[in-house]
Design a protein around this ligand. Structure first.
Ligand code: HEM
Length: 290
């Protein structure tokens, strides 16, 4: 059974391991750190080979495009190939029991074998892929914008409570999940407009997080903001299952990075955002340590 401090240690070790390889003065913090850490964490939690984290991260990056509103045929082909590879990876992992006994995947597998109503292999595989992908681009997006904003902030040393506030404000200001989709299950009236039963609705979390009726000075990043009821993790029954893990990883990532490189600063003026309307993140960010 995992307890919180085990996960915290595991994430911190992962962050230190990745940082220890940055022996150059400049590096791409998104590609080499922000995207790598959540993937490494998930391989460690699932108990699969951590050397596979970069391969699985690349698949997750391709698959996440499926959540975008606008996709081309070329995207669909990439998504199709990525899902086939993902399915094959977890099928082999489970069939050949390539997982550590203390990891989550082994425990799910063992519990399922004893269950009266076991899940099918396809259902187990889809849980693994969903868990892996849900935590990858989102957390990596938060780490990326966190590095970007904190390089401009002189207060690198923060107490635990200050970190919590800062992470929530980064989530409010630049939420990694910008859009959610829903289907109305009955006729609804929202601010005088009728949304008929069965219609599709796109909810813009990014806009809700800047609502001037809820947030004071909504377009300003205020890292010690205290009234912060943002919607970056959604709301209701589908509220994010991994909110604590996403926040924990981002906090540890930023803490360890600025501890290792107190003078970390941007080595570029260029911000490269991914081309995905629903899941927003930087695709690269060059930083310099000196
Ligand atoms: C900063 C990081 C993260 C952000 C911003 C984020 C955001 C979200 C949002 C907005 C939803 C709601 C989707 C909806 O209502 O349709 C969601 C759901 C979910 N998230 Fe996250 N997430 C993050 C990290 C993670 C992590 C690390 C995991 C697990 C490893 C995870 C697993 C899930 C799962 C399983 C759901 C579906 C819950 C359900 O439908 O009941 N997320 N996330």
């Amino acid at each position: 059974m995992w307890v919180n401090h085990d996960i915290e240690n595991l994430v911190r070790l992962g962050a230190k391991e990745l940082i220890s390889k940055f022996n150059k003065e400049k590096f791409n913090v998104v590609k080499e750190f922000g995207q790598a850490l959540p993937a490494l964490t998930m391989t460690n939690i699932l108990g699969i080979d951590s050397a596979d984290h970069r391969y699985l991260k690349d698949l997750a990056l391709k698959l996440i495009k499926a959540l975008d509103l606008y996709i081309t045929v070329k995207d669909l082909v990439l998504i199709h190939h990525a899902s086939k590879e993902f399915i094959e990876y977890f099928r082999i992992t489970m069939r050949e029991k390539k997982m550590h006994e203390e990891g989550l995947l082994y425990k799910i597998f063992a519990a399922n074998e004893k269950s009266q109503e076991p899940l099918s292999e396809a259902e187990l595989i889809s849980i693994c892929i969903f868990l892996f992908t849900a935590g990858e681009e989102t957390t990596s997006g938060l780490i990326g914008v966190g590095v970007y904003h904190l390089t401009k902030d002189s207060n690198a040393a923060r107490s635990s409570q200050e970190w919590d506030l800062a992470i929530d404000e980064l989530l409010r200001f630049n939420p990694p999940v910008q859009l959610l989709g829903r289907i109305a299950s009955c006729d609804m009236n929202v601010h005088g407009k009728t949304i008929p039963n069965g219609s599709t609705v796109t909810l813009c979390l990014g806009a809700a997080n800047r609502d001037p009726e809820i947030f004071d000075r909504p377009d300003e990043l205020i890292l010690n903001r205290t009234q912060n009821r943002h919607l970056a993790f959604g709301s209701g029954i589908h509220f994010c299952l991994g909110d604590w893990l996403g926040k924990l990883q981002s906090r540890i990532a930023l803490e360890e990075l600025f501890l290792a490189f107190p003078g970390l600063h941007l080595a570029t003026d260029e911000l490269n955002w991914n081309k995905n309307l629903a899941i927003r993140s930087l695709t690269s960010l060059e930083v310099a340590t000196k």
